[in-house]
Ligand binder design. Structure first.
Ligand SMILES: *Cc1c(COP(=O)(O)O)cnc(C)c1O
Length: 412
């Protein structure tokens, strides 16, 4: 295996250690990735990424979701640059806010109105706040293990979180109607909202698409209780279906949270809502110093237009399927059994008998050294700038990855 040079990365980590607690925070904490992975990057172009030491990767994390069309997409960058020359952070929004709101309401099937924020957590939290304000109730149902952001009401860590922060959360199991019904029963007359992820994409587990039965039950139970059905589209939004991930199932939410891919890498999130929640949305106090930033909104207008015009979900689904089929064939050739789950455009690849992810890490370390950036336990992302040549390169690298894993299985 050719060793990658990591001198710059090591030097930056050493400096960061001194001035940033443990050198990095949250999901980007380097300890969460195999040791060969770089922490610092210098450049991105299309579906390609360079680390600070100049190593080039075909990138299947796509900035953990935001990179949907490819870095430096010309139409997005031109729209952002045009707005940047006029102004970004002004005393209020620019004209582009109205253009974007019209486009969002026109694009997202369930939406009668929209509000903009910066991060996905802003959007999920705003959805919960609006649902509580509209219903005058407290209980929020969430799936066990689902990620909805990094603030006390929903953080996956309990460190620094009080029991009171979680006092009105009740849990169900994704795709399990019985547990959903039980949680609705427990909430009684105090149910404000049912929160569902667009599909189940929990870290380190096989992904699951929602069943029709589960989606219909969530809608029926919310209606029966006069509660809001909230879909967290932050991760899946615009990769599965431009009008909403549950559109093909014919189930529409009352509120949805969007971010990650919405502005192709610019910081923006959105809440979309139905008319019965419009009044509550106009009364709650939700805001932020940067929420009206015009550059990200201009980028989002350009991004959404390209998504619709170019059939981006279909394109990345086709590329993802090519990757999936190729990985399946090669894993068999090497006698390694893998599980590929979730939508092809957001694949998770896990190895059988790999509770500690050592096989996944060996695979990823090997592919990384061949210039392909995979993730051992998180779902990955395709972007529209990936090419068939990128997929071919990824599959060639995967052969080295599977060989490394097969080597692990051979008794010494
Ligand atoms: C990333 C993510 C969030 C939080 O978004 P941030 O922009 O990181 O605050 C919420 N929900 C889901 C499903 C996510 O993937």
């Amino acid at each position: 295996m050719s060793a990658l040079v990591r001198a710059q990365d090591a030097a930056l980590r050493a400096r960061a250690e001194k001035v940033v607690p443990s050198g990095m925070w949250g999901h980007l904490h380097a300890a969460k990735l195999p040791e060969a992975y770089p922490q610092f990057f210098s450049r991105g172009e299309g579906g390609i990424l360079w680390d600070v030491d100049g190593n080039r990767y075909v990138d299947f994390m796509c900035s953990w979701g935001p990179n949907l069309l490819g870095h430096h997409h010309p139409e997005v960058e031109e729209a952002a640059e045009r707005q940047r020359r006029l102004g970004d952070c002004l005393n209020g929004p620019a004209e582009v806010m109205v253009e974007l709101a019209e486009l969002v309401v026109d694009t997202i099937a369930h939406a009668d109105w929209t509000l903009f924020q910066k991060n996905g957590t802003d959007a999920t939290t705003t959805c919960v706040t609006i649902a509580r304000a509209a219903t005058g109730r407290r209980k929020i149902l969430v799936a066990k293990g689902a990620y909805h952001g990094a603030v006390p009401w929903c953080s996956p860590s309990l460190l620094g979180v009080t029991a009171e922060d979680r006092a009105h959360l009740l849990y169900y199991v994704y795709n399990d109607v019985e547990t959903l019904e039980a949680a609705v029963g427990e909430a009684g007359d105090d149910l404000a909202a049912i929160v569902v992820s667009a599909y189940r994409h929990d870290l380190g587990f096989d992904q699951e698409l929602p069943t029709q039965e589960f989606a219909k039950a969530a809608r029926r139970l919310a209606d029966a209780k006069g509660a809001a059905l909230i879909i967290d589209e932050v991760r899946a939004g615009f990769r599965l279906h431009a009008a909403g991930s549950w559109e093909p199932m014919g189930v529409r939410p009352d509120l949805a949270a969007w971010s990650k891919a919405i502005a192709n890498g610019y910081a923006l999130s959105a809440v979309t809502g139905s008319d019965w929640l419009r009044k509550a949305a106009s009364q709650v106090f939700v805001t932020g110093s940067f929420w009206a930033g015009a550059v990200a909104m201009a980028a989002a207008v350009a991004t959404l237009k390209v998504v619709k015009r170019d059939g981006v979900p279909e394109r990345i689904a086709r590329l993802g399927q090519m990757l999936r089929d190729g990985l399946e064939t090669r894993s068999r050739q090497f006698g390694v059994s893998i599980r590929q789950t979730g939508p092809a455009q957001m694949p998770t690849v896990l190895f059988d008998g790999d509770a500690d992810f050592s096989k996944g890490s060996a695979f990823c370390n090997a592919t990384l050294s061949k210039g392909v950036y995979f993730h051992p336990k998180h779902n990955m992302f395709l972007c529209a700038a990936h090419t068939e040549a990128d997929i071919a390169m990824a599959l060639e690298a995967a052969e080295h990855g599977f060989a490394a894993v097969a080597g692990l299985n051979v008794p010494a």
